[in-house]
Ligand binder design. Structure first.
Ligand code: EAX
Length: 336
């Protein structure tokens, strides 16, 4: 009798041990960092992604969101993915050209005329081929999300034409395509991490910055910038990225869930981004901003030099100028 009891006890202990150590029950926790404030569309998208992953994996995989550059700048976070010290990030393309130069294609000014043409190129062959290049640098792309069309704010004067930008110190993201574009428009660009931007505007280290309305609003730049010009000069995509080291820890089934959840979260975020563009102009006006709608033609003409810059063309081609030209022409054709 006693022996049988002991046997039953052993079976229970053994079963518990199997359950505890089996990978199916070991909970996987991934951190996902972003640079923007908690109520920005990036974070709503990551929350959506996390919820789908949690539901579909039966709680086996948990995604923890860290917004507002708590885990570092966008560049720091992408480096963290390579090192394996961070599992995920949703980032603008600002720092990405330093890892995969072909991404600079999507940093070109006035490349896309509307959202439809953006999505056609990003979700089509060109965008998919470029996204796949991240695997060569230890990163897995889960697709193109959206930051949005960027507009210029400043504390000095209303902007109606490129000449109004003359001499304005404008913060740009850390990529030469952004620097060259602002120089071509006559402004004085200063690359800087996003996390330092509010203070730099407040202390007048810079006069101006440029971002989509969703960022301008959620980061409360209207408190330190009087003028907003709806230039839409860059379409700024975003990418949901996973460290290759973290990706390999997932089962094939979990990887499939990640890819599907990312597609749903992407569509959701693009919808929020469109709504932000439709609603936030009025809110920023209410918050005291003076808004102008410049004629885009002289801006488009002024930035053509960026398209002709040999360094930019070569980088876009991954070191090959002919390939760079081909990619630019293909994107332009698809975008119009
Ligand atoms: O990704 O750095 C920037 O201006 C970005 O638009 C922002 O961090 C969102």
């Amino acid at each position: 009798m006693r022996r049988r009891f002991l046997f039953a006890k052993l079976v229970i202990v053994a079963l518990a041990a199997v359950l505890f150590f089996s990978p199916a029950y070991a909970k996987t926790v991934f951190k996902c960092g972003t640079s923007t404030q908690p109520d920005h569309i990036y974070n709503k998208a990551v929350e959506k992604f996390a919820q789908i992953v949690k539901d579909k994996t039966g709680g086996e995989v948990e995604i923890q969101l860290f917004p507002a550059a708590q885990l570092g700048s966008e560049r720091d976070m992408v480096e963290g993915l390579q090192l394996g010290s961070l599992e995920m990030t949703l980032t603008s393309t600002g720092p990405l050209g330093n890892f995969v130069p072909q991404v600079k294609l999507f940093n070109l000014p006035f490349l896309f005329k509307d959202r439809k043409s953006c999505y056609a190129v990003l979700d089509g062959k060109t965008g998919t081929d470029i996204a796949n290049l991240f695997q060569k640098v230890g990163i897995r792309s889960l697709g193109w999300f959206e930051n949005g069309f960027r507009n210029i704010t400043n504390s000095k004067r209303p902007i109606e034409k490129p000449a109004d930008l003359k001499g304005l110190k404008i913060r740009v993201m850390e990529d030469d395509v952004f620097i060259l574009t602002m120089k071509a428009l006559g402004a004085s660009p200063l690359p800087m991490a996003f996390g330092e931007l509010y203070t730099a505007l407040e202390q007048k280290t810079v006069d101006a910055q440029e971002n989509p309305l969703a960022v301008i609003y959620s980061s409360r730049f209207f408190e330190v910038q009087k003028y907003l010009a709806m230039t839409g000069h860059f379409y700024s995509p975003a990418m949901l990225l996973v460290s290759e080291q973290a990706w390999k820890k997932l089962t094939p089934e979990q990887q499939k869930i990640f890819s599907e959840a990312a597609a749903t979260a992407r569509d959701y975020e693009r919808k929020l981004s469109l709504e932000a563009d439709q609603n936030l102009e009025a809110k920023l006006k209410e918050a005291g901003m003076e808004i102008t709608h410049p004629d885009k033609k002289p801006f488009i003409e002024a930035v053509q030099v960026v398209y002709q810059n040999p360094k930019v063309i070569k980088a876009i081609g991954g070191g090959n100028a002919d390939e760079g030209k081909r990619l630019i022409e293909a994107a332009k054709a698809a975008a119009n």
